[in-house]
Design a protein around this ligand. Sequence first.
Ligand code: BEZ
Length: 258
Amino acid sequence: MKEERTPNTSQWDAHLYDAKHAFVWKYGAGLVEMLAPKAGERILDIGCGTGHLTAQIAEADAEVTGIDSGPDMIAQARRGYPALQFEVADATKLRYEDEFDAVFSNAALHWMKPPEHAVTGMWRALRPGGRLVAEFGGRGNVQTIAGSLGAAIESVGVKWRSPWYFPSAEEYTNLLTKQGFEVKHAALTERPTHLEGGADGLRLWLQMFGGVFFEGLSEEQRTAVTMRVEEELRPVLFRDGIWVADYVRLRVVALKPS
Ligand code: BEZ
């Protein structure tokens, strides 16, 4: 069987991300609190996007490196925070060795496939005694949207394969434990999430992340799929002028033993 690879997220539009998807990093503020960065610590922020959470971590006088596979995202992060360190890098091919006190990741690990490669890279990047603090889509995440989207894509004759990895807490705990991590916390939480843009919210969300699942579709097919998904989901996810996505978060804290 063909091994699943990280989908191509490198073309993401950094402007659209900042303008209409700020909720992604705003929700991550609580995760930074959980990370509790300290002055002088070296921290790796995986999937840093345009760098807003990297900057929040740096406020504690920690030495942070933000990485993302999207060159546009990294260019925007460098413009926004020129004093910070950012690199274009694929989290399934990390080259760091025993150098970080903590690895942090918000809303990114569900894109990294195969997940074992990301876990191994994070393990290697940490020094003994270092910690992993991460949150991403867990089992059941965007299930309603994905169900409708998959059916709409198949209706135009294109095979749908989910581009995401949404594990249960148990599954991800097993993966981390197998690598050698000591898992301190792993839990799923439903977090219905308001999409920005009012009546256009779902369309903008599909536009932002759609490069991945719309690959190979013509412009007309993309429009037809988007309209079908909006129509089908309006009675379910559109409330009081706001689209509410069925997000489920998996939050994990794990240690690399000394
Ligand atoms: C998420 O953050 O859960 C997510 C974002 C885009 C597509 C799918 C899931």
